[in-house]
Design a protein around this ligand. Structure first.
Ligand code: NAP
Ligand code: GCO
Length: 262
């Protein structure tokens, strides 16, 4: 039931990081991988990385916030590869700025990539999924779909919205055998969180790094590979009656008040 042979999976922003790990996992389960990134250099970097792992991926340059570009890209994918069976809305950015110092433009940039992008990409594949008899959409949400923290107002608003977009796609298209679910990663060691893990000048751990360790029962940061199994589950027939669900893969952070300071 976890077999993805014969399926075409499009993972957005998947030249590296969480998207790359999820695409590798889906390829390992038999899917054919399609991915996009924001520029050719990143797409080439991704293609080389996939090829190194024996994965024949189909890569293309596309900004997920550009509706015309996305629609053109989906037409080309359908001509060159086939109808998308699995869409993983992974591409995302974060701007860590105190809300009262954040410009409306900076706010809009985050909302555009993290929330409007998944709307545009989902809209572009759903009609063909319906014609084909069904499909899977997986939105990469976040702990910030549930919790806030200083400096991430736009990101939390976008990821909270993405949780509700997930539930709405599930509601509106479930009758066409489309399942739309989310994965909510905890704190994962990728370039996006590198600034939060930088060693201090004296060689000690970044305060935020220590904070996350104390808030995580697993007492570690997640790795992109920790998301592989959950992604295969939500992309496969094993989850055909799971719809509108956000699967948190966070080492237990959301369940835990945090380690008592010594
Ligand atoms: P990352 O390392 O920053 O990778 C994000 C990828 O998306 C990059 O390849 C990036 O390209 C691409 N991208 C950005 N804007 C794009 C656009 N407009 N169109 C197409 N591609 C675009 O991030 P990550 O840590 O792997 O995170 C991936 C997803 O997981 C994001 O949605 C993030 O919010 C979410 N997430 C991350 C964590 C974590 O702790 N890392 C936890 C929960 C959720 P560029 O290199 O050009 O930016
Ligand atoms: C931050 C982090 C988080 C993670 C992730 C947690 O600044 O707090 O970047 O937002 O990226 O979203 O689930």
């Amino acid at each position: 039931m976890f077999d993805l042979k014969g399926k075409i999976a499009w993972v957005t922003g998947a030249s590296y990081g969480i998207g790359f790990a999820i695409a590798n996992a889906l390829a390992g389960a038999g899917a054919k991988i399609v991915f996009n990134d924001i520029n050719q250099e990143l797409v080439d970097k991704g293609l080389a990385a996939y090829n190194e792992r024996g994965i024949e991926a189909y890569g293309f340059v596309c900004d997920v916030t550009d509706e015309n570009a996305v629609n053109e890209a989906v037409k080309k994918i359908e001509q060159d590869v086939g109808v998308v069976d699995i869409l993983v809305n992974n591409a995302g950015i974060i701007k860590r700025i105190p809300m009262c110092e954040m410009s409306a433009q900076e706010w809009r940039q985050v909302i555009d990539v993290d929330l409007t992008g998944p709307f545009i990409c989902s809209k572009s594949v759903i009609p063909s999924m319906i014609k084909k008899g069904g499909g899977k959409i997986i939105n990469i949400c976040s702990m910030m779909s549930e919790l806030g923290r200083e400096t991430v107002s736009a990101y939390a608003a976008a990821k909270g919205g993405l949780k509700m977009l997930t539930r709405n796609i599930a509601s509106e298209y479930g009758e066409f055998n489309i399942q739309c679910n989310g994965i909510g990663p905890g704190y994962i060691a990728t370039p996006q969180t590198a600034p939060l893990r930088e060693k201090q000048p004296d060689g000690s751990r970044h305060p935020f790094d220590s904070f996350i360790i104390s808030k995580t029962p697993a007492a570690r940061w997640g790795t992109p590979e920790d998301l592989a199994g959950p992604a295969i589950f939500l992309a496969s027939g094993a989850s055909d009656f799971v719809n509108g669900h956000i699967l948190y893969v966070d080492g237990g952070i959301l369940a835990y008040i945090g380690k008592q300071p010594k």
